[in-house]
Design a binder for this molecule. Structure first.
Ligand code: SME
Length: 162
């Protein structure tokens, strides 16, 4: 199974996400192991978009625990309501943070991180965890990233939990 998620820089971001989603649907189809699917999701997103850090934090009780990721080593546990990840979980919505230094309580796993997007994984109205993506550039995420990454996460949740 050789597959590559090559970046297609010449196309606009929305088109790149749409191409990504088509290929990604094939990548995860039929696999129900959460660690495996999340690991491949990180690898595919990193390869296609070159994100600085991409990974999952998963709900365990009142805490998010580090799951599969690509990038520098990261903190293991984030309490509900803390940091960008814990706030996205508590509020049940995607957070786009253009300047991490301006976000109260931001948890700095890497001093190089400048902006961040966190998307909750919601299935049957239950939050299973979050997808966290960091950039080393300020203001690197917008509504297109939010809409398209929410689709990626929705597709993943349907594949894993249906
Ligand atoms: N910045 C996150 C912590 C996780 S790392 O970015 C990998 C936060 O504030 O929740």
């Amino acid at each position: 199974m050789e597959q590559h998620f090559y970046p297609t820089e010449e196309k606009d971001k929305k088109t790149r996400y749409e191409e990504f989603l088509t290929q990604y649907a094939g990548l995860i189809e039929g696999e129900s192991n959460a660690v495996s699917v999340m690991a491949n999701t990180c690898a595919a997103l990193k390869e296609a978009f070159g994100f600085f850090w991409v990974g999952f934090y998963l709900v365990e009780g009142d805490t998010l625990v580090l799951g599969p990721f690509q990038g520098d080593v990261a903190c293991y546990r984030i309490r509900k309501g803390l940091g960008v990840c814990g706030t996205a979980w508590a509020e049940g919505r995607t957070l786009v943070v253009p300047d991490v230094d301006a976000f109260p309580g931001h948890i700095a796993c890497s001093s190089l991180s400048r902006s961040e997007i966190v998307i909750p994984i919601i299935y049957n109205e239950v939050i299973k965890g979050v997808l966290d993506i960091d950039s080393d550039q300020p203001d690197d995420f917008d509504d297109t990233d939010r809409e398209e990454l929410e689709q990626v996460v929705r597709l993943m949740a349907e594949t894993l939990y249906t």
